[in-house]
Design a protein around this ligand. Structure first.
Ligand code: GLU
Length: 293
């Protein structure tokens, strides 16, 4: 009997080149590299640059320089999301063809005005797990004729998932396997908490949620290792994977590195930037120690 060759585990680090990498990214990248090495797996780097206004070639070059300095080895070629917009559009079309996505015309300002007005009347507006208000129902409930007219007029719009219909289409409770630093085991997904999530932005022909699930599947990623700030997003990812017939990786959400006030690090805090720390004479071993590895 011939033995079936075992698929190698596939890990990935997926930064966005919209600022310099900091200690939080170092933890994520080093942990991914360590876990890939101990599982004798592959390690991929993916550049998540769908936001063409905030992502720059300079920040992307900085990512390669920082990771090389940390002695992290990834496979080439690197997948750059900005080179795959047509694939994300095709997936969006599948969801629209299924009647699960609709064009969303409200600007951020209009949404905010709606929320503020409702809350001024004493009605608390529902919020997603990150604390942002859910998208108002107006565009979802819009009459088809009206929708077609707006689309034909060329007015700027995003595309959103009709969460109610999507949950109905799936019809089952979703879950994921979690091995990270918070809750572990089989985690029940709750995508409904996010409301009508964005699938394609008015200024970018995709969204984080859509491109991340497609790329993880296309790159045959078996282990998603990322920060706990994305723990609840996994509910949305499991829903999209199910709707699009994509496999579910194992998830490992790791602790976050925080500043002295306990806040998550941001790309604008230069004192924790890797290039800055390298310039001050710290070594890769110092970085490992600083992030607790
Ligand atoms: N691009 C995302 C970020 O920089 C990470 C996405 C992921 O790991 O799923 O926060």
């Amino acid at each position: 009997m011939t033995a079936i060759p075992r698929q190698k585990p596939v890990f990935r680090f997926a930064p966005s080149p919209n600022g310099p990498l900091h200690l939080g990214h170092a933890l994520s990248a080093l942990l991914n590299g360590d876990m890939a090495a101990s599982a004798e797996g592959r390690f991929l780097l993916r550049i998540e640059d769908i936001d063409l206004t905030r992502c720059t070639p300079e920040f992307e070059a900085g990512i390669y320089a920082d990771l090389e300095w940390l002695a992290i080895n990834w496979e080439w070629p690197v997948r750059r999301q900005s080179e795959h917009f047509a694939e994300y559009q095709a997936a969006l079309e599948r969801l629209t063809d299924l009647g699960l996505a609709y064009p969303a015309f409200m600007t951020r300002g209009e949404t905010k005005t709606r929320v503020v007005a409702a809350e001024a009347n004493g009605t608390p507006w529902p919020r997603d797990p990150d604390g942002s208000p859910l998208y108002p129902p107006d565009d979802r409930e819009r009459a088809e004729f009206d929708r077609q007219q707006l689309l034909a007029s060329g007015v700027k719009h995003a595309w959103r998932l009709d969460m109610g219909k999507a949950l109905e289409a799936v019809g089952a409770t979703l879950s994921w396997e979690e091995t990270g630093d918070g809750n572990r085991g089989l985690i029940a997904a709750n995508p409904g908490a996010w409301g009508d999530v964005i699938l394609s932005r008015s200024d970018a022909p995709s969204s984080y949620h859509l491109s991340v699930v497609l790329d993880d599947a296309l790159q045959e990623v078996t282990h998603v290792v990322r920060g706990l700030d994305l723990f609840h997003s996994t509910s949305v990812h499991r829903l999209l994977q199910t709707l699009l017939g994509l496999p579910a990786p194992i998830y490992h959400h790791h602790r976050l590195i925080t500043d002295e006030d306990g806040r998550k690090l941001s790309k604008s805090q230069s004192d924790t930037g890797l290039a800055e720390l390298r310039g001050r004479g710290l070594s890769p071993a110092d970085i490992r120690r600083l992030v607790g590895l």
